[in-house]
Design a protein around this ligand. Structure first.
Ligand SMILES: [Zn+2]
Ligand SMILES: [Zn+2]
Length: 390
């Protein structure tokens, strides 16, 4: 296979395996933690066509407020003036591409949220299944707003938009069993609805359709953590997956950022009994007893605590003691164990605080991506669509 043919072939393979498209609407599960049994839908911009099961309520589209309540295995639908009826599924379809609506959960009570595009509601045993059918770029803007907050630089928003888009498109099947693509929680990506932040909206627009692929043209798993403490980690050191693009790099950009350092104190007796009881660590051996009280992690990141024969993974210690990272040194101070730690999070992939600092110093999102991910490429999804039309 010659090189350009191979490239087209791999692009086609990528397209048909993922089926991404910039015009595509994603189905996002909303309020998934505690399902609502009563909600109010209020259109904000544009008219909405309303479908009760297969019946269209108004072909012109309506701009009415609707109350939806779970009633047995059906949904009871009321508009402002009247009882509309019952159905298993109700769809609010925006007639304009900038259509948006408010959703208020009454039971359980929750804050009003604003969403772009369409709403689909169906009845489940324990509540209403609420799905936001949303244009992918609107969804990305909402996720960037939730993940990066409202006060970053334009360049950082562009970077975050590309990461969120890459993640979304490589996880379209994550909630297949729930009949939607992704949920609105951190489990997928935090999404609290429509973004109205002008710099986020323009960052999403300017990077529209851009995703990150590896050398084989597969969408990457765009892992990131808050602060790597100065050294990112190979993926296989934390997870079992070895990814060619998730290689450890030395990072000086995050060293003065808010999550660069942490400290924790543990009573010495608690620490020793944890090692002995939970990790079968031989604390009665005098050499190993000393090693248990001194662990300088100063020459880069380690994977295991103290004695390599015992192989106590640092990630186990991190989760057992709820530490911010595995990148810590440990020493004894009288009856206390002092942990001096660096960074926050698993440390694989992009370091958010390092990337933020790089963006503040004027580094481009392309250079930031190439710094944290090894041998990756930025690809425009419209190229893939063009190939499909051919
Ligand atoms: Zn999820
Ligand atoms: Zn870092």
């Amino acid at each position: 296979m010659n090189k350009s043919f191979r490239l087209i072939f791999t692009l086609l393979t990528l397209f048909f395996s993922v089926k991404p498209s910039v015009a595509q609407k994603l189905k996002i599960g909303m309020l998934t933690v505690l399902p609502s049994t009563k909600v109010i839908f209020t259109p904000l911009a544009g008219n909405y066509k309303v479908w009760l099961d297969a019946t269209l309520l108004n072909s012109e589209g309506v701009a009415d407020v609707f109350q939806l309540s779970l009633d047995g295995d059906s949904i009871e639908v009321k508009s402002f003036e009247r009882n509309v009826g019952k159905c298993k599924k109700i769809v609010f379809e925006a007639q304009l591409k900038e259509g948006s609506f408010k959703l208020k959960s009454i039971i359980p009570e929750a804050k009003v949220k604003v969403y772009d595009n369409d709403l689909e509601v169906s009845s489940l045993q324990n509540g209403l299944r609420l799905i936001n059918k949303v244009n992918i770029e609107n969804y990305i803007a909402g996720v960037v707003q939730s993940e990066a907050g409202g006060h970053s630089t334009a360049e950082y928003y562009k970077l975050q938009a590309i990461l969120c888009r890459t993640y979304a498109l490589s996880n379209l099947r994550k909630h297949e069993a729930d009949s939607f693509n992704l949920c609105d929680q951190v489990h997928c990506q935090a999404y609290k609805g429509k973004s109205e932040n002008p710099s986020i909206l323009s960052a999403v627009h300017e990077t529209s359709g851009l995703v990150i692929v590896d050398d084989d043209m597969n969408l990457i798993s765009a892992a990131f953590s808050s602060n790597c403490g100065g050294q990112t980690v190979n993926s296989e050191d934390v997870w079992t997956l070895t990814a060619s693009y998730l290689r450890g790099v030395k990072d000086t950009f995050c060293l003065r950022m808010p999550n660069a350092r942490w400290q924790k104190k543990i009573p010495r007796s608690d620490w020793l009994s944890y090692l002995y009881l939970k990790q079968k660590y031989p604390v009665d051996d005098s050499i190993r007893y000393k090693e248990a009280l001194s662990f300088p992690q100063t020459k880069g990141r380690e994977q295991f605590f103290a004695d390599k024969d015992l192989k106590i993974p640092l990630k186990t210690i991190r989760s057992d003691w709820q530490l911010k990272s595995t990148y810590f040194s440990l020493e004894q101070q009288n009856d206390t164990i002092l942990l001096n730690g660096r960074g926050y999070g698993h440390g694989v992939g992009l370091c958010q605080e390092g990337a933020m600092h790089m963006a503040q110093m004027g580094t481009s999102y392309k250079d930031i991506i190439n710094f944290y991910y090894t041998k990756v490429h930025l690809v425009d999804l419209t190229v893939l669509n063009f190939l499909k039309e051919d």
